[in-house]
Ligand binder design. Sequence first.
Ligand code: ADE
Length: 424
Amino acid sequence: MRKAIPCDVKDGASPGEGKKRIEWADHDMPVLQTIRERFAKRKPLRGLKVSACLHITSETANLARTLKAGGADVVLCASNPLSTQDDVAASLVKDYGISTFAIKGEGSATYYKHIRAAIEHFPQITLDDGADLVHSINSDYPKVASQILASMEETTTGVNRLRAMDRQGKLKFPVIAVNDAKTKFLFDNRYGTGQSTIDGILRATNLLLAGKNFVVAGYGWCGRGLAFRARGMGSNVIVVEIDPIRALEATMDGFRVMPMNKAAAVGEVFCTVTGNTKVIRKEHFRLMKEGAIVCNSGHFNVELDIPALRSLSSGVRKSVRPSVDEYTLKGTRKKIYLLAEGRLVNLAAAEGHPASVMDMSFATQALCVEHVAKNGHKLVAKVHSVPETIEQTVATLKLKSMNIALEKLTAEQVAYMGSSELGT
Ligand code: ADE
């Protein structure tokens, strides 16, 4: 029998169901599988302690298995109170012997208790999604900070926080901005967030999207992906942007672009993906139509001003459906529906990005962990890019798994590209 390992997972969660989900996801993660097989033979992470603060999903489980196969001693904790798949967490502990601290619906005190458990593992390498783990180590655990070789950051919001810490001279150890790798943001942020956000909205509401005015706030990679997927479902998509280049891009991509105070009055579904705070505020809720649906797919639950919505409301009916709360505005019969308490709707109301796209993000993560194991002592305390060789490896392996071959340059084409002689 397996020795009991430190953990805090939901009582009664089914490890059997979790294991099935982990295996199902693994079918669609061929790049990570290839890396795992090599890690199992070569053990490049032998003797290293790794703590990872990530969404505890079946895809994350396969990343953790890969790091463990490489010889790492891995501890996981949740990077969001609502994104944990409890059966997966239970299976990680029981079937894979990976110490996990995550319970769906955990409050703030438990969330930080779980982060502390991951820190008290005394890791040399950390992985983060949103920078809560790094921020805690950096602020409160100088001894742990001093032994960290590097940390990998998975998401835009986390990278923004880390760059701010770097600018203020507060960053005590190196971090690698995995989010900024092409093998991450072009696929995970765009196609992953695009699809899984629609999935979350539909699972929560069972709404017909065709013909609806669908407002997307933010036209970064996540916003672009969401806008295209919403249009694919037949919605009339409106984009709200603060950046002139992105607003122009959205316009030429065929979307209507307008400020939130105009969009609020016509929208029927609203989703924020900006990484910023209070994107939808009191004045916007006031303008909304009866029955408007509001949600967020950005990392933190600050994009919708929920205290403002509460203060405008005479009452809240919690869970009129799972992940749907109904707010009735004071002095009116107007109802606004808030999904997933304003937290990441794709992870809280659905299962997050599909495995096939997480395959690339997590393959990039696994290879970065290997890179840090080899070269971490040479890295300085700042925000680093993912090495280009890692990106090339992940893209090449993904294409291979899809049976897609590249064209090759002829010798004449190589010479042509390298010369300036040939003109008109
Ligand atoms: N972020 C978005 N989707 C995810 C998933 N399926 N697993 C882990 N992190 C995610």
